[in-house]
Design a protein. Sequence first.
Length: 186
Amino acid sequence: MNKKKQNIILNSNEHTPTTLQSLDELVTALSEGERTTYNHIIHSIKFPANVFEGYSSWSNDCYTRNCIINNEKFELILLCWEQGQITPIHDHGGEECWVKVVEGEFRETIYKEDDMGELNFVKSTISKTNGVTYMKDFMGFHSLENISKKRSMSLHLYAKPIRKCRAFDEKTKTFINRKLTYCTTV
């Protein structure tokens, strides 16, 4: 594995570009930036997967949610996925969500709820390493699935933190309110 850090150049509001060389610098850039800069920041980073070793944990039962930082402005979470793991169909509690693929390949499926409360398929897209998806509740609900033939990781940025969401219960075919928790915090 290549242990060399990658330099990332970001445009800032000042005339001097900022070089992000570490996860700490990413957190600082997000902390000092505004919500309007998050999209540019998350698209610009290309950290190797080993940058996240201290935050990764794995489970054969379900993907894991590993908190990197959680403050009043944003939440940055590393999700670790075994092959074939999938999220329930869910919303984001009214907040914006960016998903950066750290390693692997994911299928995102988007649904819309009609006036009768029925879910209807809208589209499905594939994201590979360094790809970014964006979701906000007005766009509908989504589900993510690790379609790689191996373990995968994705970095999730929420502006602001999400404490609860609506998740679709496949058994009852209804939405339930779900309190969100972390598998690990550092």
